[in-house]
Design a binder for this molecule. Structure first.
Ligand SMILES: [Zn+2]
Length: 346
């Protein structure tokens, strides 16, 4: 088995799922520039099964200790055994970090210090409470701290995510860091993040039907109602994915809805991320897509009041573009041997 590398994840839109969905998700992800993130405390058997059955795409395991009713706190540190197990399975390790409450700087330094003692390849999981993004000065300090630590990271935004303007704005600001940043457990916003310079992003939405023209998830009955009431928009809804075969996806089984949603999002990902080394071009493409989806939502709203136009698309369209320096494909040149001491003053 070849040594897995963080670079193998570059500009990929991955699928994050529970072990029960892994076989179906792996089957679909294999057809795209994608990969898999398994969520759960005991992924070993699922990983072995996937590898035995020939899955050879990127694979990561999110221990998820930061989630649930009783999340572990970041101050508890990392388990060396978890990282070792990931390496033993032949994977890049995602550290098993606890939750980082907004402003928990000691917790952040503990995670980075522990991770520095673990062998590469790894991504330091940073499960950030959404409140981190509300304070621009915290984001700047976070950028400085991560730049000094020189460790690739995987962030999960715990809380309101992209329904809040400050989260989108703060994330775009955070993505100016010089280390690879992956976004875990997201929705189609994962693609938005990759288009703004994230190393990779993971789609974790498991419910609802993804409607590509609207860039949003809906219940099939809602799409059926839209189709019925907007005959002038009839050309927007048919789907060419293997699950739909050119039909409007209003009559799929629950598994069919999940498969369609993955196909539709990963197709969008491959099309949007074709300019993999030109972040500025991908940012423009993503904003154009958000703008087009918003215009369509507004048409639907005229015909079907009171239709809620998703604010997240607006936040993405209006987010400040990354600075010029961020358009260089810096992640390609990342070298874990160049890691430096963590700057505790940051
Ligand atoms: Zn489809």
């Amino acid at each position: 088995m070849t040594q897995p590398r963080v670079d193998d994840l570059l500009r990929r839109l991955l699928v994050q799922c529970a072990p029960e969905q892994a076989v179906m998700a792996a089957d679909i992800a294999s057809g795209y520039h994608s990969g898999l993130v398994l969520t759960g405390a005991k992924p070993r058997n699922t990983v072995r099964h996937l590898l035995r059955t020939g899955y050879d795409g990127p694979l990561l395991c999110d221990a998820g200790r930061y989630a649930g009713n009783h999340p572990l706190r970041a101050g508890a540190g990392l388990r060396r055994a978890w990282t070792a197990e990931q390496h033993d399975l032949g994977l890049v390790a995602l550290t098993d970090s606890g939750f980082l409450a907004p402003g928990d700087w000691p917790g952040l330094h503990r995670l980075l210090a522990d991770a520095r003692g673990h062998p590469p390849p790894l991504l330091v999981t940073l499960p950030l409470g959404a409140g981190w993004f509300a304070v621009p000065a915290w984001i700047d300090r976070l950028v400085a701290t991560l730049n000094s630590a020189r460790l690739p990271v995987a962030i999960a935004i715990v809380g309101d995510s992209f329904t809040t303007r400050y989260v989108t704005r703060g994330l775009v600001r955070l993505l100016t860091v010089t280390v690879p940043v992956m976004l875990l457990r997201s929705d189609i916003g994962a693609l938005g993040a990759v288009c703004h310079g994230a190393h990779a992003g993971a789609l974790a939405t498991t419910s609802g039907l993804f409607v590509p023209a609207l860039l949003s998830h809906h219940r099939p009955a809602v799409l059926a109602r839209i189709v019925e009431r907007t005959p002038e928009l009839a050309d927007r809804w048919p789907c060419a994915c293997p699950e739909c075969g050119g039909a409007v996806p209003t009559d799929l089984s629950p598994d069919g809805i999940y498969r369609h949603s993955l196909h539709a999002q990963l197709t969008l990902g491959d099309r949007t991320l074709s300019a993999r080394h030109d972040v500025a071009a991908m940012t423009r493409t993503w904003r154009t897509r958000c703008d087009q989806a918003l215009a369509l939502h507004e048409k639907v709203a005229e015909l079907m009041p009171p239709w809620p136009v998703p604010t997240s698309l607006r936040w993405w369209r209006d987010a400040h573009p990354p600075p010029v320096g961020a358009t260089v494909p810096r992640q390609n040149t990342y070298d874990p041997r160049r890691r430096q001491r963590i700057d505790r003053r940051a």
